[in-house]
Design a protein around this ligand. Structure first.
Ligand SMILES: [Zn+2]
Length: 827
């Protein structure tokens, strides 16, 4: 398969206008195949073009009523010749369901045998289920007809009507991009509603019906309230008719913003008790996808190099709207969950600008669905909103959505929309262009240091480790913790800025309100004070900023791992649940990376396990913090006697029931510690014969400290004939490398580089990159692994997703080697 390049897309957009697609799907046949018949009405300005199609067998091609020869074609591109003017092209093909979530994914529910289909077109997978001109700026109206088993329900972009037993018609949409065309089909359990004249629907597989029924009222309320907020914010009503949200099995993304039919991974319909962090994250996802209806779906980027126009705005708007519709602490969560992700990406050699990421083809664009395109973009937009003022910022957004509705737009168009709002006292269009260039067009993250001396304390800005130097002004507050006093407001540019000085036991914290985007470095002598400060500091946002400083300080060798562990341990009793839920998994994974197996690592883990147990013992019975602490403790402890007592259905502590998911977490930990036999794993799966149980059982098998277990997992991962879904494969991949099993997993360090390129032949782009990341030998911290990763990242004969994983893995290995070797990196 050849990925469409940007010049090809530009040329085709000049030569073709697409009017409408009529897609006919025959899904009635059981088995691995379906038939897709697509009629495309389009206008051509040149004699020849091509449509994308990936099929098992091309059955029929008819152009303007005349049958065309059915010939072999290469690279997923079906040539269409003899054109000029308006044409009608019919393409009929036999196609294969996917198992990797790309195209039309087929899932059989182990709970009851129910078959469910979900079509995902993004980024360039529409061609896997219908013939199309697959690029974002060839928008067209889409209607769909479906033949399927009579007990199924079909939902898609346009309103669905059942026209007979097993026959469905989806109404024609407004013009939309091909990557947004969606379909879900199966014996769904549905809850319908209505708000402000908009029909609403929630859909989930039958085996999760009770869980959806439990959550439906809250999800519909959240949907309704969010629609109200967006209507007011954009001053344009929701433009795509009905609003359905389908929670689908084995979904690759968190969710996908298809107009009229948003698809979510169905782990968001919680089968076990969720923590506050999970509830907040789900609400954030619901709001994020809805924001896309305007930013992404109604107005769409022209090419993937501007995908931030979709993602940064959805992320920013979710950051603004989620607290309004949930009342939950979204600010600290954004810092802990999202900004930490963005900082990690922006501090790498593979950093890229927010705007104009340079994606040359649709598949390479997939690499840039990262923390830069989401969290950094959203953070920069927050700075921009402050810089322009709310009236100018919002006015520009409204103007942009109005003037490009149902079309495509570029960054230049957006800047023009903002510039049109300029008035007395606001930045001019030229100011804005300069600002946007520095923040959005130049890659990398500045370093902000606190420096103390006899004449006082100053902040200083340093250029990024990776990326060009830029003149980015950082508008922020600076505070002294834990003492406080009013924070100072500063704008840090080229020159050092004086700030308040810390007293004994205090620290100076830049960006205390989490205003800017920078690697924050405390004064060299103040890191040691962090445990005591984090134990008492009252401002949750300031603490979240300090946690991110600790994360980067650890990676940069400025904070010894033992001090990082002590800081987390000291801060836990003073932290919000939603932040703790992010902090514990991070430090649990980080300590073994930065400390080699041995006494020091064991001591740091013990500090954390003891502190987490204390948090658990003190937590309110039945509260979310109790659950968060329990999960954290299970991941840290090696107390097998205690773990064995946490059996399914039990209540090891008042208010804490070991439900299905917590029970699997305990079993996975026991498996990793060598306390679970294959028979015990099968027994556990027999007791929880569900999609989730299937995945957990697979992970347990791979986690066992047994060379045969690792070998079996690896063999499955690289087997082109594997019948496992990508969810099961992900579980295997994530189970190979475990702290404490470095010697056992060692052979799979070299094999990562030798074996994975061949898997690109039979694996979808997204699951290829995901699996590669999960089984990357991050714990094989050795110069040899680093050398392999560097060499691999420089190869040009392998897919970009693998190269990217190797390059990012090399960054992490380099840092880990430096920290283990005791070398601090200097600002
Ligand atoms: Zn998004």
């Amino acid at each position: 398969m050849v990925a469409l390049t940007r010049p090809e897309a530009r040329r085709r957009a000049e030569s073709v206008d697409v009017d409408r697609y009529t897609i006919g799907l025959d899904l009635a046949e059981p088995g691995d195949f379906f038939t897709s018949t697509t009629t495309i009405v389009f206008t051509a300005r040149e004699a020849e073009t091509f449509v994308e199609l990936l099929c098992e067998e091309l059955l029929e091609v008819v152009l303007d009523g005349a049958a065309q020869p059915v010939e072999a074609f290469a690279g997923g591109r079906l040539p269409v010749r003899g054109l000029r003017g308006r044409h009608e092209l019919l393409v009929r093909a036999r196609m294969r369901y996917s198992q990797d979530g790309e195209g039309l994914h087929r899932f059989v529910d182990p709970a009851d045998g129910g078959v469910y289909l979900c079509a995902t077109s993004s980024v360039d997978n529409a061609k896997r289920w219908f013939a199309c001109f697959d690029q974002p700026d060839l928008k067209a109206r889409v209607s769909v007809r479906v033949q399927c088993p009579p007990e199924w329900t079909v939902v898609g972009n346009g309103a669905a009507t059942r026209t007979g037993p097993g026959a469905w018609r989806l109404a024609e949409t407004e013009p939309i991009s091909t990557y947004l065309v969606a379909l879900v089909a199966g014996p769904w359990h549905s809850v319908l509603g209505e708000h402000d004249g908009i029909p609403l629907g929630l859909h989930v597989r039958r085996s999760l019906a009770a869980e959806l029924d439990r959550d439906a009222a809250e999800l519909l309320r959240l949907t309704a309230d969010s629609l109200d907020v967006f209507h007011e914010l954009f001053e344009v009503r929701y433009p795509f008719g009905e609003y359905h949200q389908a929670f689908v099995p084995e979904f690759n993304w968190g969710a996908m913003e298809n107009p009229g039919c948003v698809t979510f991974r169905d782990q968001l319909i919680f089968r076990s008790r969720p923590s506050e962090s999970e509830l907040l994250s789900r609400a954030n996802t619901v709001v994020h996808e809805m924001a896309h209806m305007w930013f992404g779906d109604l107005v769409t980027m022209r090419w993937w190099d501007d995908l931030w126009l979709n993602e940064s705005f959805a992320e920013y708007l979710a950051r603004v709207v989620t607290p309004l519709v949930t009342g939950l602490p979204a600010g600290p969560d954004f810092a802990a969950a999202r900004k930490s992700w963005g900082y990690a990406a922006d501090r790498r050699a593979t950093t890229h600008p927010v705007a104009g990421n340079g994606a040359t083809d649709a598949r390479a664009a997939l690499d840039d669905f990262d923390g830069i395109s989401y969290a950094k973009g959203a953070s920069v937009l927050r700075q921009l909103a402050a810089y322009l003022g709310e009236d100018m910022f919002l006015g520009g957004l409204r103007e942009h959505v109005r003037s490009h509705a149902y079309g495509n737009a570029t960054f230049a168009d957006l800047l023009a929309s903002w510039s049109a709002q300029a008035g007395p006292g606001t930045p001019t269009g030229a100011d804005l262009a300069r600002w946007a260039h520095e923040w959005l067009r130049l890659a990398g993250v500045d370093v902000v240091t606190v420096e103390t001396g006899p004449s006082g304390t100053v902040l200083r800005r340093h250029p990024p480790e990776f990326g060009p130097a830029a003149d980015r002004p950082h508008a922020m507050t600076v505070t002294v913790l834990p003492g406080g006093g009013a924070p100072a407001e500063v704008v840090l540019g080229d020159a050092p800025v004086p700030v308040p000085t810390a007293g004994p036991g205090e620290i100076v914290l830049p960006s205390a309100g989490d205003e800017t985007w920078a690697t924050i470095r405390l004064a060299a002598d103040q890191w040691e004070r962090l445990p005591a400060v984090m134990a008492v500091a009252e401002d949750a946002t300031a603490r979240a900023v300090a946690w991110n400083a600790l994360r980067t300080g650890l990676a940069d060798g400025l904070v010894p791992p033992e001090l990082a562990a002590r800081t987390v341990a000291a801060g836990l009793p003073n932290e919000l649940d939603v932040v703790t839920a992010r902090l514990l998994p991070w430090i649990t994974a980080a300590v073994p990376v930065y400390l080699a197996p041995g006494a020091e690592r064991a001591a740091a883990i013990t500090i954390l396990a003891d502190a987490t147990w204390a948090l658990l013992a003190d937590a309110k019975p039945g509260g979310s913090m109790q659950l968060t602490a329990a999960r954290g403790w299970v991941g840290l402890t090696d107390d097998l006697d205690a773990l064995r007592g946490w059996h399914r259905g039990g209540e090891p502590l008042g208010g804490l029931t070991v439900d299905d998911e917590l029970s699997w977490l305990v079993l996975e930990r026991r498996a990793a510690l060598g306390d679970l036999t294959p028979d015990q794993i099968e027994t556990a799966y027999a007791a929880d014969r569900t999609a989730s149980g299937l995945v957990h059982a697979a992970r347990c098998r791979a986690l066992r400290p047994d060379p045969d277990a690792k070998a079996a997992a690896w063999a499955e991962l690289i087997d082109p004939a594997s019948t496992m879904s990508h969810y099961q494969l992900s579980a295997l991949a994530g189970g190979i490398w475990v702290a404490g099993q470095e010697d056992l997993a060692a052979p799979y360090a070299r094999r990562w580089f030798d074996d994975l390129p061949a898997t690109a032949e039979f694996r979808g782009t997204m699951s290829l990159a995901r699996l590669a990341e999960l089984c990357f030998p991050a714990l094989a911290v050795a110069p040899e692994t680093l050398a392999w990763a560097e060499r691999f990242a420089a190869r040009t004969d392998i897919p970009s997703g693998l190269r990217r994983t190797a390059s990012d893995g090399a960054d992490d290995l380099r840092r880990a080697l430096a920290v283990r070797g005791g070398a601090a990196r200097v600002a």
